[in-house]
Design a binder for this molecule. Structure first.
Ligand SMILES: [Zn+2]
Length: 247
């Protein structure tokens, strides 16, 4: 039986490595991984310049705590050598951590419904229920897709688009989530996928949508604050379901 005790802040690097590596494996178990691409990161230093990132093209299902790369966004030699990270991951996460030190954890993936939502001409997260309203006032949009991101300017633009929000809908691409802890960021990723699923399914009926008022949506978003503790409990349960690494 695995330890179900929630992690407490501040975390050691080892605890952060354990949380982040489990997040990759849970993401795969959810069906949200994509080949050996996509990337999650977690800041180690207070200024966000030093952070953990998954190794280039290692499948999410196989990532162990010790596999994570410890990188410094100020190191211009990072893309040299055999252990260099994926260029796109480096550009996005290195720049975002450097620009947004409050973004302790950054999760980027192409989960199916979030990606489908991002491909709508209007990908607005309309408040329809509890899960969609959870993101009311917390979602930013970047609709300037220009191909696979491998330039520092791309990371800069994404950081500016995100601003003080928690979720960045990346038009024609997918989603990026930021949070204080791995568990909280993963919980937002989980609920964002659920919210996107609801929007896509509701839109697919072709019927007129019963959109919540701004006041109700705002009230619902604020109401979620009382449930922040769910994140640690949910993450602890999900990690308890993971198979042993290498099995
Ligand atoms: Zn991507």
């Amino acid at each position: 039986m695995k330890d179900l005790t929630p992690d407490t802040a501040p975390q050691t690097e080892q605890a952060l490595r354990r949380d982040l590596s489990d997040a990759f494996r849970i993401c795969h178990a959810m069906g949200w991984s994509e080949s050996v691409g996509n990337h999650f990161s977690a800041a180690i230093s207070a200024d966000g310049q030093e952070f953990l990132l998954n190794p280039r093209w290692q499948h999410f299902a196989t990532i162990a705590p010790e596999d994570l790369l410890r990188l410094d966004s100020r190191n211009s030699d990072t893309l040299e050598g055999p252990d260099a990270p994926d260029a796109s991951a480096w550009c996005i996460h290195g720049t975002m951590h450097g620009q947004l030190p409050a973004a302790r954890v950054i999760l980027h993936c192409h989960s199916p419904y979030a990606t489908a939502l991002s491909c709508l001409a209007d990908p607005t997260v309309i408040p329809l229920d509890n899960n969609t309203a959870r993101f009311h006032g917390r979602t930013a949009y970047d609709l300037s897709f220009g191909g696979i991101a491998d330039a520092q300017e791309e990371g800069q633009r994404l950081a500016e688009s995100l601003g003080d929000k928690s979720v960045l809908v990346m038009g024609n691409h997918g989603v990026t989530i930021v949070g204080d802890t791995v568990a909280e960021a993963f919980e937002d990723l989980y609920f964002f996928e659920k919210a996107a699923q609801t929007i896509v399914l509701a839109r697919s009926t072709g019927q007129k949508l019963a959109v919540l008022s701004d006041a109700v949506a705002q009230n619902t978003a604020e109401g979620w604050q009382a449930y922040r503790g769910m994140a640690q409990k949910h993450f602890a349960y999900l990690r308890s379901t993971l198979p042993p690494l290498g099995s």
